[in-house]
Design a protein around this ligand. Structure first.
Ligand code: AMP
Length: 192
């Protein structure tokens, strides 16, 4: 079983690389952003709460996010013999600690954390361009800047957290896309 966290700032390419990885390694891809957007589209109670945070570029509170993730893992268990890609989770130290527990409770563990390293100007350019097509309420310049600030303040400290556990591997996340994919896969292959 392979369990991977794909890590990086908004616009770093986590979704794109997850799509390649899930085909190549036959993994189940869990994007917490997608899970929340699905709730918003279905107008659930959770969707309403999530929207109020997402539209401001803020994070959904840890306790809520952690319980959602546990439910999502369980709902995919049957299809996940080869393992999971966690995309957009964890985003805080509390979430990282919770993930360890959620996996241990299910006799699983993390193989590696792949961090996509991308300069801010490239992130902003990608997200502004994506916003023209995605229609995502948070892909506008003001919210993009807020999301990147939240990333540096709350999420990027996770690099140290995972370095201390010998799980973190940084990959250059811009330039030739095939090279990025090859670097991500090399990290995963080395973690098996
Ligand atoms: P993403 O699609 O990963 O860029 O996530 C979009 C938005 O969903 C984020 O800006 C947060 O508001 C929210 N979100 C997604 N994942 C998490 C998480 N693990 N913790 C808190 N908020 C999250």
């Amino acid at each position: 079983m392979i369990n991977v966290v794909i890590f990086g700032a908004p616009g770093s390419g986590k979704g794109t690389q997850s799509n390649f990885m899930k085909e190549h390694y036959k993994l189940v891809h869990i994007s917490t952003g997608d899970v929340l957007r699905d709730h918003i589209a279905r107008k659930t109670e959770l969707g309403e709460v999530a929207k109020s945070f997402i539209d401001k570029g803020q994070l959904i509170p840890d306790e809520l996010m952690i319980s959602i993730l546990g439910d999502v893992i369980d709902s995919h268990k049957d299809k996940a013999q080869n393992g999971f890609i966690f995309d957009g989770f964890p985003r805080t130290i509390a979430q990282a600690q919770a993930l360890e527990g959620l996996l241990a409770d299910r006799d699983m563990k993390l193989n590696c954390v792949v961090g996509l390293d991308v300069p801010d100007e490239v992130l902003i350019e990608r997200l502004v361009n994506r916003g023209k097509e995605s229609g995502r309420s948070d892909d506008n310049l003001e919210t993009i800047k807020d999301r990147i600030a939240v990333y540096y303040k709350v999420t990027s400290p996770l690099k140290d957290y995972y370095c201390e556990r010998n799980l973190f591997h940084s990959v250059k996340g811009w330039g030739d896309i095939d090279k990025i994919t090859a670097s991500v896969w090399a990290v995963i292959d080395n973690s098996l």
